[in-house]
Design a protein around this ligand. Structure first.
Ligand SMILES: NC(=O)c1ccc[n+]([C@@H]2O[C@H](COP(=O)([O-])OP(=O)(O)OC[C@H]3O[C@@H](n4cnc5c(N)ncnc54)[C@H](O)[C@@H]3O)[C@@H](O)[C@H]2O)c1
Length: 436
């Protein structure tokens, strides 16, 4: 791994994901400082690579028949919902394309909504706060929303956006429980019916080497799948617990099960999404274990080990652990077929070895380039009127798979897919006393 990238990703991971530094309660100033450093380090390569495909900064000729509300030759107008680490970071990526313009912001915290608004040159009147601030944003004349709030809020906010006639670009994970996943599935279908684009931002799915390698696996190049491994060891994540104050839980939500879904859902989903993409099937059943040896008793787990069975007895062995000093960060997935093996790592590359090899490719900065590719796809889908919204069912499947692993580990008993789908259990954080 490129050392600048390693450092930058480490920073990005610790800042843009739910991160050791912030979650461990360090100051927001530190958080933002790291973000700036990371953005500066990224700029050279990423911009060059992106500008060549994205024609950044040019006037975009749009078909007059476009469904989004603005005039031809104008930018797609956006509302940012969630003005935290990733919200601010991704807003810059949208802006850099020259194809989008932010016209509204919403965050629970007024100072955050205003700070992002000021950075993005949004009229102060269009910066909304409180739990229902996003609803006022949705009443505005804008084409699309970028949802970068904690996972618990994604189903409600995504569905409301579709109901308001807005295209949706939403961060993973899509939900923390089964009803939430079903809401997202319904929102995706409704978006298609209403000629709206709905895109879930998984970086791996946007990468050409992942796409080609998985296409070859599905075409049978490795023969029938036998066994897979997915792993996500991470140095970050911190060792905190949920804040006692309900409002603070919205700032430091990672350790709040009801808001993050635990880290198997919030973070490990990157590995499980690749695994379910490769298998292209729903897991039939799972057994698992895990626990807290590093985090306090009222916090989320710090390690998981889950075995999944897919159709045709294809096995998947999954492990994930956080907050171990010195660990080499990895988000890997390796699957063995009768005729070969596919190896993928978010941080380095993709390859197939065997009777029909695929040399794949190496990459750095997937964290950034994958997001940029999704931002471009979002634009192309809106302007070309492509409303198939393929990322939705795929994300629902991997999200349910992560929830299945969490439940298997929590319960210490086998969980079947059939039973899981019937679950009506809703994880509900205590929002008492919060500003509406
Ligand atoms: N690689 C990736 O794809 C990647 C990386 C990082 C984060 N993420 C995802 O992005 C999302 C945001 O993560 P983050 O790291 O930016 O978190 P963050 O805490 O830095 O930002 C979240 C923001 O949402 C605000 N918020 C909380 N509840 C809200 C509500 N009900 N309405 C409006 N605003 C609300 C918070 O005040 C905060 O400003 C999460 O879903 C996370 O999983 C994805």
């Amino acid at each position: 791994m490129n050392s600048a990238f390693a450092r930058c990703y480490g920073l990005a991971a610790r800042t843009n994901t739910l991160c050791g530094a912030l979650r461990a309660g360090q100051a927001m100033r530190f958080h933002v400082g790291l973000l700036k450093e990371c953005r500066t380090m990224n700029t050279g390569i990423d911009r060059r690579r992106f500008i060549s495909t994205a024609a950044a900064g040019t006037v975009i000729a749009l078909k007059p028949s476009l469904v989004f509300g603005t005039q031809a030759n104008s930018k797609i107008t956006l509302g940012l919902i969630g003005c935290g680490g990733r919200g601010n970071w991704i807003a810059d990526l949208f802006q850099e394309t020259g194809k989008y313009q932010f016209v509204a912001c919403a965050d629970y915290f007024e100072d955050r909504a205003k700070a992002s608004g000021s950075r993005l040159q949004v009229d102060a009147q269009r910066c909304y706060s409180g739990l229902s601030g996003y609803r006022r944003l949705l009443e505005q004349d804008l084409d699309a929303v970028v949802i970068e709030t904690p996972p618990y809020f994604h189903p409600e906010q995504s569905m409301a956006a579709v109901d308001a006639g807005k295209h949706v670009f939403v961060a993973k994970p899509i939900a923390v429980d089964v009803p939430g996943c079903k809401t997202i599935a319904a929102a995706g279908r409704k978006a298609t019916q209403r000629k709206l684009v709905f895109l879930v931002d998984f970086q791996t799915r946007a990468n050409e080497f992942y796409q080609e390698a998985v296409r070859r696996v599905h075409a049978g190049d490795m023969g029938p799948l036998v066994l897979g491994e997915a792993h996500y060891p991470w140095e970050g994540g911190g060792r905190g617990g949920p804040p006692a104050n309900n409002e603070e839980c919205l700032r430091n939500w990672y350790y709040v099960l009801e808001i993050s879904g635990d880290f198997i859902v919030e973070q490990s989903i990157h590995a499980l999404d690749v695994a379910t993409w490769i298998v292209d099937g729903d897991p039939v059943r799972a057994v698992g274990a895990g626990g807290r040896k590093l985090r306090p008793a009222n916090s989320i787990y710090d390690h998981f080990a889950v075995n999944y069975w897919f159709p045709d007895d294809v096995l998947l062995s999954f492990t994930s652990i956080q907050s171990i000093p010195g660990v080499r960060d990895q988000i890997t997935c390796r699957f063995f077929g009768a005729e070969g093996v596919i190896e993928t790592d978010y941080f380095s590359g993709v390859i197939i070895r065997g009777r029909k090899s695929y040399k794949g490719g190496q990459f750095d900065y997937l964290y950034t380039t994958g997001t940029q590719a999704n931002i471009e796809t979002f634009y192309q889908s809106i302007t070309a009127g492509q409303y198939a919204n393929e990322t939705v069912p795929a994300s629902v499947r991997s999200n349910l798979t992560a929830i299945m692993g969490r439940e298997a580990a929590y319960r210490g008993t086998e969980v079947t897919w059939q039973d899981l789908l019937q679950s009506e259990v809703r994880l509900t954080p205590d929002l008492t006393g919060l500003k509406s």
